[in-house]
Design a protein around this ligand. Structure first.
Ligand code: ADP
Ligand code: MG
Ligand code: MG
Length: 511
């Protein structure tokens, strides 16, 4: 990346104004949109704003991008296999011995799943629409930049369609004269919309009832509706599949099961082939106990769940951390060859559990500042290690959607206040150190700052993929790498997340 002398390209005030106008009007004309902040949302939206976006694509080394794409297949297989390993999930995420003991949300999902599987699973297939997220890691200027995984999402992996639109904006020829890097051969294609819709359509086909619909389970007051609508239109236009959108709250009264076939029926008439969750990843989506009942009714049904509860649990940060322990990922990928396993492992940062004792700590390179140690008698080694190395760490609970992590200097006071029984719900992860000195113009509409703001930035790459798996033979039926996403944030923001307000949508210029 040192070959990039300056990023973004230098712009005159006039160029900046005209490029901002080009980008925002392109976004508004091409459905690169968000609903505006409004409380409450009007029942029928009457306006939209452009999604937060960067003015320029961000540079990513070609080799690293290709590697991330290549790894997606093995990640698809890995997480499908984790989701099919009931004993492993019981041990790691369960409410008897795993994280579900101390994390109420995880425990509730696991208990619901356990009850359902004790009664007998009616649909052995699972569908996953995944997104594996990465940052570039550049711990010291001399060393080569490498690819490091932030997390692997198994539920509500969003921004596929909008990222495709952002890539289309950035690769438009309007940009070509602004930098020698901005030319066709440096823009990787991005067909996430068709890629993800194909996954949902494959699930629909496997269900085997052409007239059935796909159910989108959505949040009340969702602002990222256009990203979801694009998938709907694609499913309808390219696959002739109709969609029904419902919130968990609506489903408490609209959903029922056919008493003989366990088919999922909405409003007494519509059979559902695939349940696609764009809600239900956070306890905030379950404001009433009946919302859990609705979630479990869907799980119990013969519809294919995207994701099933076990697949949702497989996406927990605790699973990511346990996979990194010596010998664990190897058990899941025995048939994939050591070279690929080595590549997967090389994409991980050091991780451990706050409740880990000495034996369980995986080997990382952190050398603790032992002077900071307190009360060594009562603290597990994992917690001590987190306290000692807090400056280079992030702590993560079993949550999704951004804004849940604890970073660096906030870690010691957080650990002081964390009740001991809750330690098991958290993992510690070494901080990835992104390359310095890259800039971009961030453009946000509505509220806050209008217009383009120049900032030093960090970009997070996400690779989408999907897998249809399970069935009588408990195997991966089909898996595909399905496009990519870049989200970019100001370098001083710890968190990412577009929906959470930290990041903007971006795309890639290969260098
Ligand atoms: P969530 O499921 O809430 O998105 P993430 O694990 O993706 O949780 O963490 C949120 C954000 O925190 C990421 O988008 C990234 O910006 C930052 N982050 C997470 N892990 C690391 C890490 N190891 N190093 C640096 N930043 C991180
Ligand atoms: Mg996540
Ligand atoms: Mg994330």
């Amino acid at each position: 990346m040192s070959s990039i002398p300056q990023w973004p390209p230098e712009l005159s005030t006039l160029q900046l104004e005209s490029l901002t106008l080009l980008a925002t009007t392109y976004a508004l004309s091409h459905g690169l949109l968000y609903l505006p902040v409004a409380s409450p949302q009007p029942p029928v939206p009457n306006s939209a704003i452009h999604a937060p976006l960067s003015l320029f694509p961000s540079p990513i080394p070609r080799k690293i991008f290709q590697k991330a794409k290549k790894l997606q297949s093995i990640y698809n297989v890995l997480y499908a296999r984790v989701a099919m390993d009931t004993d492993f999930l019981d041990r790691i995420m369960g409410a008897e011995v795993g994280v579900g003991r101390v994390d109420e949300f995880v425990g509730r999902l696991w208990k619901g799943w356990k009850e359902i599987r004790d009664q007998g699973i009616t649909q052995p297939l699972h569908l996953g629409l995944f997104r594996s997220d990465y940052l570039l890691h550049s711990p010291s200027p001399g060393e080569p930049v490498s690819l490091k995984q932030v997390e692997f999402n198994t539920i509500s992996s969003s921004f596929g369609p909008l990222s495709q639109q952002t890539a289309a904006l950035h690769s438009s020829t309007h940009y070509y004269h602004l930098s020698p890097y901005l030319k066709a051969e440096n823009f990787p294609s991005n067909t996430t919309l068709s890629g993800l819709a194909a996954g949902l359509a494959e699930g629909h086909k496997a269900y085997g009832v052409p007239d059935a619909r796909i159910l989108f389970v959505v949040q009340d007051g969702e602002r990222n509706v256009f990203d979801q609508r694009w998938l709907e239109y694609e499913l309808l236009e390219k696959h002739s599949i109709h969609i029904t959108r419902q919130t968990l709250s609506q489903l408490t009264t609209s959903a029922s099961l056919d008493p003989t076939t366990s088919a999922l029926i909405i409003s007494s008439s519509t059979e559902i082939s695939v349940v696609y969750f764009r809600a239900g990843y956070t306890p905030n989506d379950f404001t009433q106990p009946s919302h859990y009942d609705a979630r479990f009714l869907l799980e119990k049904s013969r519809a294919i769940k995207c994701p099933s509860i076990p697949l949702q649990l497989a996406g927990g940060k605790k699973v990511q951390e346990v996979l990194a322990k010596p010998g664990v990922v190897e058990q899941f990928l025995k048939d994939q060859g050591q070279a690929l396993i080595d590549e997967i492992r090389a994409s991980w940062m050091g991780m451990w559990g706050l409740d880990d004792d000495d034996e369980n700590l995986s080997s990382g390179d952190l050398v603790g500042d032992t002077t900071a140690r307190r009360d060594p008698e009562s603290e597990p080694a994992g917690l001590k290690r987190a306290r000692d190395n807090h400056a280079n760490l992030v702590l993560k609970p079993q949550r999704e959607g951004g804004g849940n992590n604890v970073y660096k200097s906030s870690i010691p006071p957080f650990l002081d206040s964390l009740p001991p029984q809750e330690r098991a719900a958290w993992i510690a992860m070494e901080l990835i150190v992104p390359p310095q000195g890259l800039g971009n113009y961030l453009v946000r509409a509505g509220g806050g700052q209008a217009g383009a703001v120049k900032a030093e930035v960090v970009s997070e790459l996400g690779i989408f993929g999907w897998a249809l798996f399970g069935g009588e033979e408990k195997k991966v039926v089909k898996e595909v790498e399905a496009g990519w996403l870049v989200r970019t944030k100001g370098k001083d923001s710890d968190e990412g997340g577009v929906a959470a307000g930290f990041s903007v949508l971006d795309s890639i210029i290969l260098v």
